[in-house]
Design a protein around this ligand. Structure first.
Ligand code: HEM
Length: 438
């Protein structure tokens, strides 16, 4: 852990101290052009530190009035996020040394993004939000509100947001993290799959954002996991697990991580909360097993969620490490809806929906989110050469069909997309140019 932000150990993305920025950590790499953190909107590089988030989807009805509003709109920059993180770090340090509870830091962070879709594509409840800046130049089409659940959990009960790409020269590269060139996430910089000269000037410093409302059927998911509670007997018969441990083991194999966040590749039989908390170790793995040749699913199934979306180290098979880095996305979603009481999962509130307001950033949606979704749903991914009769990994059990105990019952999915959209998140200088354009 770097001494800077040393009180933010629960955060997976820690900005590099300005004095260390653009100094390649090791190896022969040259220093590369880094994005101007004052110019990139703030959720993109380091994600907003947040308890709650509101997404307001709007339609511009009066372009001239909207431009006027845009002139006075102040988006939070990535640099401003580092300053807020400094404040949180300091507050935690002070609270720790005085033995007092941490005082809350009240702050409102904002970002704006655009999509070419018209109102028809964005049906939903029309409500009103405070429109001080944009006044009547916009019509709010739809609102979504997300709230963070305790211990960084998502609704199925698993810790989320542990593995994020580190931006070379900007983010602390904790061991095992995929270090990506800034252009993988931010347009117009080294690593952008589109030739930097082919990007229009206004695109530089922007990012492509995916938004998906993913509804989660928590009681159904838990029922499925519980019904597989004795599956361990087939795989690790000597482990002598209790029924509860068997259920936890089965659930962890669907994600590739225990509820605590500990990777099953490093803790294959029992959860290890200390490992989960340790950012020097909780990503420091790939899916190879020392002494075992070739790809192995002894510890982590080939189709576990984290292995389908990021199959670390498949060399010599595809994707290679370089292709994997190029497919990286920065996830910044937040749960919505009230949590299920995991002690009484089958007694949920009636007619209440819950899930994940999934958000991710990348410079190519095709090479990032869409590619990962394709991998997740392709039963034959990853493919181990041309071997006929080789292992068929199956679908990602979180994003695709979860395996069913009985072959008579059609496997079903516990995550359902309720809609979404793709957006362009412009740089702050581009927003200013648009605001002043005639
Ligand atoms: C409701 C839906 C989803 C749930 C409940 C979920 C949950 C999780 C959890 C618990 C983790 C492990 C923690 C971590 O490594 O940060 C994870 C990791 C991950 N998820 Fe998801 N996720 C969902 C949707 C998606 C989608 C739609 C994508 C992209 C197509 C995605 C991509 C990833 C990636 C890339 C990782 C990190 C893999 C790694 O680097 O090891 N997830 N997710």
């Amino acid at each position: 852990m770097s001494p800077h932000y040393s009180n933010l150990s629960k955060r997976s993305i820690i900005p590099l101290h300005p004095s260390l920025q653009n100094k390649p950590p090791k190896g022969p790499q040259e220093a590369i052009e880094l994005p101007d953190l004052h110019n990139v909107q703030g959720d993109i590089c380091f994600t907003f530190p947040k308890d709650a988030e509101q997404f307001a989807f709007f339609h511009i009805k009066d372009a001239a009035a909207f431009k006027k509003g845009l002139g006075s709109f102040l988006p939070t920059s990535c640099f401003a996020v580092t300053e807020i993180l400094d404040k949180i770090d300091h507050a935690k340090q002070t609270a720790r040394s005085c033995g007092e509870p941490i005082s809350r830091i009240e702050t409102k962070l904002s970002q704006i993004a655009f999509s070419p879709s018209d109102a028809e594509h964005c049906k939903g409840v029309v409500e009103s939000i405070e429109k001080v800046t944009f006044n009547s130049s916009i019509t709010i089409l739809h609102l979504e509100v997300g709230n963070v659940l305790p211990d960084r959990k998502e609704h199925f009960g698993y810790c989320d947001g542990i593995s994020q790409p580190a931006i070379r020269g900007c983010t602390v590269p904790h061991p095992g993290r995929t270090v990506v060139d800034p252009g993988v996430l931010i347009l117009g910089y080294p690593g952008d799959p589109v030739d930097v000269d082919k990007r229009p000037a206004w695109a530089k410093g922007g990012s492509m954002m995916v938004f998906r409302k993913l509804e989660q059927d928590v009681p159904g998911f838990i029922q499925n996991v519980v019904s597989h509670g004795d599956e361990w007997r087939k795989v690790i018969p000597d482990a002598n697990l209790t029924h509860e441990q068997g259920i936890a083991w089965y659930g962890a194999r669907l994600f590739g991580r225990w509820r605590s966040g500990a990777p099953i590749q490093l803790a294959p039989i029992h959860d290890d909360p200390e490992l989960a908390e340790d950012d020097q170790r909780n990503n420091d793995f790939d899916f190879t097993i020392p002494g075992e040749p070739g790809p192995s699913d002894r510890y982590c199934p080939f189709n576990a969620h984290i292995r389908k979306t990021a199959p670390r180290n498949l060399d010599p098979y595809k994707p290679t490490r370089e292709e994997l880095a190029a497919s990286s996305i920065l996830r910044a979603g937040i749960p919505y809806g009230p949590p299920v009481n995991h002690q009484q999962p089958h007694n949920p509130l009636p007619n209440v929906e819950r899930g994940l307001l999934f958000v991710c950033y990348q410079s190519s949606i095709e090479g990032g989110f869409l590619l990962q979704t394709q991998w997740a749903l392709d039963r034959d991914f990853p493919k181990f050469g041309d071997t006929v009769g080789g292992p068929q990994p199956g679908q990602d059990p979180i994003l695709g069909e979860a395996p069913s105990r009985s072959s008579d019952i059609r496997p079903r999915s516990y995550v359902r997309s309720r809609g979404g959209e793709y957006f362009f998140v412009p740089s702050i200088s581009t927003l200013k140019t648009w605001a002043s354009a005639k």
